[in-house]
Design a protein around this ligand. Structure first.
Ligand SMILES: Cc1cc2nc3c(=O)[nH]c(=O)nc-3n(C[C@H](O)[C@H](O)[C@H](O)COP(=O)(O)OP(=O)(O)OC[C@H]3O[C@@H](n4cnc5c(N)ncnc54)[C@H](O)[C@@H]3O)c2cc1C
Length: 381
C-alpha cells in the first residue's frame, strides 16, 4: 500500500495585503453597527457595498466584473470579515463556489449572464444537494430530470437548503431519468442553474434551535428548466459537484465562526489571567494560528490552480472541531446561564455560539465523511 502525505506548503502573505487589510478594517469600522456575534448574517445591502469595494469575485477576470486579485488577497478580506462578524451570507455561496463552478463548466452565455451579477453583489445562490434520504450519500439523490422539448422537467425534494427563501438561483444536483445506475450509482448525475422564481418551486421553512429561518425544504414539482440552464455536461454532475465541494470546504469560515467569542474570552480573562485560564486560552490561540497557516496554504494551492480536495477536508474537520471547542472551553472557564438577549457581550455571544455549534461539523460534509475522504487521499482506504 502506498501512503500519500499531506501537503501544506507554507505561504507568506505578500506585503501589499497589509494595506488591503487596513482598508477592510476601516470599512468594518464604518459599518460597525452591522456586525453580529457570528458572521454570515444575510444582508444584500452589505453584499452590494462589499462588491462596490471590489471584494466580491475578487479573483475573477475583469471581463466578468472581477478584480483579478490573488487568492491570498481574497483570503485577507475573508478573514477580516469573518473575525468581525460581518453579514456576508448573501453573496457567500455564489462567490465561493457557484461562480467558480460556472467559470469552469458554464457556457459563454451563462458566464456572461451570471458572473457579472454575482460580482456586483446582486445575485445570490443556494445549494440544492441534500435530500430527505440523501445527505452524506449524495450519489443516492432521487430528484429526477426528464428530458422534454426545449429542456428538462424536474421532480424531487431538497432539504436543509440554506437561504433558498431569499436566493435568486439554485445550483441543483439531480440525476437524469432513465439512466442505468446498476453499475455506476453516479451515472446520470447532472447540475442545473435554476431561477428560484420559476413556477414549480415551493420553499418551506425549517426553523433551527434558535427559532431562526435559515434553511428550508424545497419541493420541485414539474419544474421546467430550459436547456440553456444545464450546467456543464449531462451526466458529468459528479465530477462537477466534487470540484464545488473542494471550494466549499477550504475557506477560513471553517474555523473563524467563533472568533468573536474567543475575543470576548480574552477580554474577560483580562491582562493578568489565572494560570489555568492563560493555558486554556494559549492552547486555543496556538490551534487557531496553526489552522490559519493550513488554510492559507490551501489558498496558495488554489492560487496555483492545484486541487486541494484532501487538504480542504482536513482543514474542515480540524477547523470545525476547533470552532466547537471554543464555546466548551469558554463555558468551563467562565460559566454563565444562556441568555440570547443578554446585555453582557460575553454572555450573549456565548449563548448564540453554543446554539449554533452542533451545525459546524454537519454542514458542508459531516466529520465521518471528511475522514473517509482524508483516509482515501492518504491511500489508507
Ligand atoms: C446549518 C446547515 C446548513 C446546510 N445547508 C445546506 C445547503 O445549503 N444545501 C444542501 O444541499 N445541504 C445543506 N445542509 C445539509 C448537510 O450537507 C447534510 O446535513 C449533511 O451532508 C449530512 O447529511 P444528512 O443530514 O442526510 O445525514 P446522514 O447522511 O443521514 O448522516 C447521519 C450520520 O451518519 C453518518 N454517516 C453517514 N454516512 C456515513 C458513512 N458512509 N460512514 C460513516 N458515517 C456515516 C454521518 O456522519 C452522520 O453522523 C446543511 C446542513 C446544516 C446543518
Amino acid at each position: 500500500m502506498t501512503v500519500q502525505a499531506f501537503r501544506f506548503d507554507p505561504v507568506r502573505l505578500p506585503p501589499e495585503t497589509e494595506l488591503l487589510r487596513e482598508d477592510v478594517r476601516d470599512f468594518i469600522a464604518d459599518n460597525r453597527a452591522l456586525m453580529q456575534p457570528l458572521p454570515m448574517g444575510y444582508s444584500p445591502e452589505f453584499s452590494e457595498k462589499m462588491a462596490q469595494k471590489g471584494w466580491v469575485a475578487m479573483t475573477w477576470p475583469k471581463k466578468w466584473g472581477g478584480r483579478e486579485r490573488s487568492a491570498l488577497e481574497r483570503y485577507v478580506v475573508l478573514e477580516e470579515m469573518l473575525a468581525a462578524g460581518a453579514p456576508v451570507g448573501a453573496h457567500w455561496v455564489a462567490d465561493r463556489q457557484s461562480g467558480p463552478n460556472i467559470m469552469r463548466f458554464g457556457t459563454q452565455e451563462q458566464q456572461d449572464f451570471f458572473l457579472p451579477q454575482i460580482a456586483a453583489g446582486k445575485m445570490y445562490f443556494c445549494i440544492g444537494m441534500s435530500e430527505p434520504n440523501s445527505g452524506s450519500d449524495l450519489a443516492g439523490t432521487t430528484t429526477r430530470a426528464t428530458k422534454v422539448q426545449g429542456g428538462y422537467v424536474v421532480n424531487g425534494t431538497k432539504l436543509w437548503t440554506s437561504n433558498a427563501h431569499r436566493a435568486t438561483t439554485m445550483i441543483l444536483f439531480c440525476r437524469l431519468a432513465g439512466v442505468d445506475q446498476e453499475i455506476d450509482r453516479k451515472a446520470g448525475a447532472t447540475q442545473f442553474l435554476v431561477d428560484m422564481k420559476s413556477p414549480g418551486i415551493e420553499v418551506r421553512p425549517v426553523y433551527n434551535m434558535l427559532g431562526e429561518h435559515h434553511f428550508n425544504e424545497v419541493f420541485l414539482t414539474d419544474l421546467f428548466v430550459p436547456s440553456d440552464r444545464l450546467l456543464g455536461q449531462e451526466g458529468n454532475g459528479w465530477k462537477q459537484v466534487t470540484s464545488e465541494l473542494a471550494f466549499e470546504r477550504s475557506g477560513p469560515e471553517r474555523f473563524l465562526i467563533t472568533f468573536r467569542l474567543l475575543v470576548e474570552l480574552v477580554r474577560l480573562a483580562g491582562p493578568d489571567p489565572e494560570p489555568s485560564v492563560a493555558v486554556a486560552i494559549g492552547r486555543l490561540s496556538a490551534h487557531l494560528a496553526t489552522l490559519r497557516r493550513m488554510s492559507l496554504s490551501i489558498a496558495g494551492m488554489l492560487e496555483r490552480d492545484e486541487n486541494p480536495n484532501m487538504e480542504a477536508a482536513l482543514v474542515k474537520d480540524v477547523g470545525t472541531k476547533f470552532d466547537q471547542e471554543v464555546p466548551e472551553v469558554a463555558r468551563l472557564l467562565f460559566p454563565s446561564e444562556p441568555e440570547l438577549g443578554a446585555l453582557d457581550a460575553y454572555v450573549s455571544v456565548l449563548s448564540r455560539t453554543m446554539m449554533h455549534a452542533p451545525r459546524f461539523s454537519i454542514q458542508g460534509g459531516t466529520r465521518e465523511i471528511l475522514r473517509g475522504i482524508i483516509a482515501r487521499g492518504l491511500g489508507l482506504r
